[in-house]
Ligand binder design. Structure first.
Ligand SMILES: Cc1ncc(COP(=O)(O)O)c(C=O)c1O
Length: 380
């Protein structure tokens, strides 16, 4: 089946009792049992929920995975993957990951005895150099948030596997429409479904997909035992969002290219980050491992004061955290998503005080270009 057909149908057959074409919202906490130890496959809604199961099957199909395990947020999903490890284990992680990922690794799991090396995984040599006998997981975000650096996922998988470890990839920025890391050798893929998968900025959720039966079993156990499950309404919203994922992603990317073309010529833009640009250091790898370059764009205007003026001058872009919704958003990573990362580390990665990040939505491209161009005029 084609990707668009899968977006609409995969994992979502009609409901057997009524024939309802849309997957119903099973808003229940528990299920009637027929007798002691006898039930219809559903006991308690933390453990099983049919709406959640349809959502899990859908994302798993789109990522080419056999299983999906949904969580209450992207960070809960990342937490569950980290809970596959034990005290004493070590993780090699992309240095420019989402700030919340850095925070939970550094401030929670480090305290519980797991150690982390944050390195620029776009250079495989850095992964090898950080590796220790205790390394059990390589955690890669590609493209990264917010400087859109690219890691070669096939090479990352080879390194992890040669050491008997597993590769987890945060695929939030791409969505399965643009990148399917399991096909490149990753063992586990995680999404903040809050973003492109839902696509409408009206829920928070996360999911992990895998085709590794042992990892699946352990994550399924964690989903129930630790209990960070999403509610059925949120699963339903994400499932409905998926039905237009292919259409939205095409429009997102089309608009992003037009905005990037304007930014690349603008005198107030000191540095522009977009993997679709031929001079982006990860351009060739992105071209090979992705089916497009996405709609996240970052640019540096040189100082906090100038960045502040730009984010305040836009009219269609909304100043807000998050990304991947149909509406365009603008953010200031150093003060917002990456505030938990020490300033020296932020500056070293390019997350400077002058950096502005766009999540290009699917409004009319000309309106978006005019909006950003007009905002830049304020500092020109
Ligand atoms: C790349 C990436 N991964 C994970 C997360 C965390 O997801 P959530 O906010 O759903 O917990 C985010 C949130 O912005 C993100 O951008």
């Amino acid at each position: 089946m084609g990707f668009g057909t899968d977006c609409i149908h995969a994992g979502q057959s009609s409901e057997p009792t009524t024939g309802s074409v849309a997957v119903p919202v099973f808003q229940t906490s528990t299920y009637e049992q027929i007798g002691i130890g006898q039930h219809r496959g559903y006991e308690y809604a933390r453990t099983q929920n049919p709406t959640r199961e349809a959502f899990e099957r859908s994302v798993a199909a789109l990522e080419g995975a056999s299983e999906g395990i949904a969580f209450a947020s992207g960070l809960a999903a990342i937490g569950a993957i980290t809970q596959l490890l034990s005290s004493g284990d070590h993780v090699v992680c992309t240095d420019n990951v989402y700030g919340g990922t850095y925070r939970v690794f550094d401030q929670l799991y480090r305290r519980l005895g797991i150690t982390f090396s944050f390195v620029d995984t776009s250079d495989p040599q850095n992964i090898e150099s950080a590796w220790t006998d205790a390394t059990k997981m390589l955690f890669v975000e590609s493209p990264t948030n917010p400087v859109l650096s690219i890691t070669d996922l096939s090479v990352a998988a080879e390194i992890a596997h040669s050491h008997g470890a597993f590769l987890a990839v945060d695929n939030t920025f791409m969505s399965p429409f643009l990148q399917r890391p399991l096909g490149l050798g990753a063992d586990v893929v995680v999404h903040s479904t809050t973003k492109y998968i839902n696509g409408h900025s009206d829920m928070v959720g996360g999911i992990v997909v895998t085709s590794d039966e042992s990892i699946h079993e352990r994550l399924r156990f964690l989903q129930n035992a630790a209990g960070a499950v999403p509610g059925p309404w949120d699963c339903w919203l994400a499932l409905r969002g998926i039905k237009t994922l292919h259409i939205r992603m095409r429009e997102h990317e089309k608009n992003a290219r037009v905005v990037v073309a304007m930014l690349s010529d603008h005198r107030s833009v000191q540095k522009l980050y977009y993997p679709g640009l031929a001079d982006h250091p990860g351009h060739e790898i992105a071209e090979r491992q992705q089916d497009g370059f996405g709609a996240m764009v970052s640019f540096d205007v040189g100082s906090l004061d100038r960045a502040q003026k730009v984010v305040q001058a836009v009219k269609i872009f909304t100043l807000a955290e998050s990304l991947g919704g149909v509406e365009s958003l603008i953010s200031h990573p150093a003060a917002m998503t990456h505030a938990a990362v020490p300033k020296a580390d932020r500056d070293a990665m390019g997350v400077t005080d002058g950096l502005v990040r766009l999540s290009v939505g699917i409004e009319d491209a000309e309106d978006l270009v005019d909006d950003v161009r007009n905002a830049l005029e304020v500092i020109s």
